[in-house]
Design a protein. Structure first.
Length: 477
């Protein structure tokens, strides 16, 4: 923070970046990490919904596999008594077209498998659960945008208030300096005592300390605003929207437009709790559906080839002397060589019925857990509904109080100014004391500060009430 304030001091000569309240809100939304994270959550939930909906459609898989057999159950066919080891092999001997495909060393398989759910209860509730999760993510995004907008508005008006208080403090410092000069002149002329001069000097020094404190508060407020707006440290921020509730009476509408939230009579927090109840109910049925039968239609088409070596396409063998993966006594006649080396199709269409029978209490335990979560969600919904009513009433009372304070301070500043002017004239003419002038100055400073504070509170109360349907409940994370 100290480093930032030092950079801010060096940046006084740099061109200032002007921000109206609307500009600040838009920039805060465009650069907010929370909003970006909420948008990513919506994309993730949308992906999960697509994945869940895929359970209704066909699942198509391609397959290409290779197997090399080092030992098979058919190897005994190449031993005694099935094969005479002393026999002289001749072309065509020991060839049996019925057993030629058993026990081959190299096998290539390429095919296509299709699975289509016909009766899939679990997929129904998985889809409903995923859709509800997507709705919750969208509600969270809208709520995050509203929260970011309110936070940016608060940072903006806090900085505007701190700047206004600094201006008031600097003006008060000029007033006490003027009083000190008059007291010094009166002391030199013998019209006032040294006590009055020392009193005026103490007021000047105290006000200088107060101004430095206000300046530090202003710099800290600008720091927080810069963090919200993601403004570089070397930039100077110029707040162009006046701290005047009458200048922008429709600030609530502006905030809603910039945030892009919906005008709804039901709080998003309540809608989210309702969606959460729906999700827990779908989860209960999803758990129960695991005990229901499912029916799938299947289609499988593949081709198989038995080459002479591991390559998917072996070399040509015009002499027909390939042992075809057995031993040297297994010769293949010429008329069988090409068909045996070709791709051989397999085409199956079927159905699969799955019926859960026994799970040793797993389904009961999962159902008990899901029902408990559902009861918790229903209790949370009731609590959220009551909290929303209280939060709405509190926001309305806050706005009414802010409006009353704004109206109450409407004429106070002018009266305090007039009072100070009269007290200053009386002091210069020697009719009143310095204490009377100091009291009038304090009243003026308090009136101006109260007016600025009332403007800040009223604008924020208007924004909060306008964004209230999309904001989380007060005190909630």
């Amino acid at each position: 923070m100290i480093l930032f304030l030092s950079h801010l001091a060096f940046a006084q000569d740099a061109p200032a970046t002007s921000y109206s309240i609307e500009d600040a809100l838009r920039r805060a939304l465009d650069t907010s990490e929370q909003v970006s994270s909420a948008e990513s959550a919506v994309s993730a939930a949308n992906g999960q919904a697509w994945a869940a909906r895929s359970g209704y459609g066909p699942q198509v898989y391609g397959q290409l596999s290779y197997n090399h057999a080092f030992e098979t159950q058919y190897d005994y066919l190449q031993e005694q008594p099935f094969v005479d080891p002393n026999a002289v092999p001749k072309k065509g001997e020991a060839f049996n077209v019925e057993t030629i495909f058993f026990g081959q060393e190299d096998t290539w398989t390429a095919g296509l498998n299709v699975d289509q759910a016909i009766i899939a209860p679990q997929a129904i509730y998985q889809t409903r659960y995923a859709n509800a999760s997507l709705d919750v993510a969208k509600l969270d995004l809208e709520s995050t945008r509203a929260t970011t907008t309110l936070s940016a508005a608060q940072a903006y008006y806090d900085a505007a208030l701190a700047s206004q208080l600094l201006t008031i403090g600097e003006a008060t410092l000029e007033q006490v300096k003027t009083t000190f000069e008059h007291a010094k002149l009166a002391k030199d002329l013998g019209r006032q005592s040294e006590y009055e001069l020392l009193r005026a000097q103490v007021e000047v020094e105290n006000q200088e300390v107060a101004v430095e404190r206000l300046r530090r508060g202003r710099d800290q407020s600008l720091l927080l605003l810069a963090l919200v707006l993601h403004v570089p440290e070397s930039s100077q921020i110029d707040l162009v929207s006046p701290l005047d509730a009458e200048a922008m009476p429709d600030i609530g509408t502006v905030a809603v437009t910039v945030a892009g939230v919906r005008d709804t009579s039901t709080r998003l927090a309540v809608q989210r709790a309702e969606k959460n109840v729906r999700m827990t109910k779908d989860n209960v049925w999803m758990v129960r559906s695991q005990a229901l039968p499912s029916l799938h239609a299947t289609l499988s088409y593949n081709q198989v080839r038995y080459p002479d070596d591991p390559w998917i396409f072996d070399k040509s063998d015009p002499l027909g002397e390939s042992d075809h993966g057995t031993n040297d006594t297994m010769y293949v006649p010429d008329e069988y060589y090409e068909p045996l080396h070709a791709w051989h199709p397999n085409f199956y269409v079927g159905a699969q019925l799955t019926v859960p029978l026994f799970g040793f209490g797993r389904a009961y335990g999962e159902n008990l857990t899901a029902k408990s979560v559902q009861h918790q969600a229903e209790a949370g919904l009731s609590l959220t509904q009551r909290g929303a009513l209280a939060d709405t009433r509190n926001a309305e009372l806050t706005l009414a109080t802010a409006e009353a304070q704004w109206k109450a301070t409407a004429g106070t500043v002018e009266v305090a100014k007039r009072t100070y002017e009269i007290a200053n004239v009386r002091f210069e003419e020697g009719v009143s004391t310095q204490s009377e002038l100091a009291d009038a100055r304090i009243l003026l400073q308090q009136a101006q500060a109260n007016r600025a504070q009332a403007a800040r509170d009223l604008q924020l109360a208007r924004i909060r009430l306008a964004l209230l349907p999309a904001l989380p409940l007060s005190g909630s994370p």
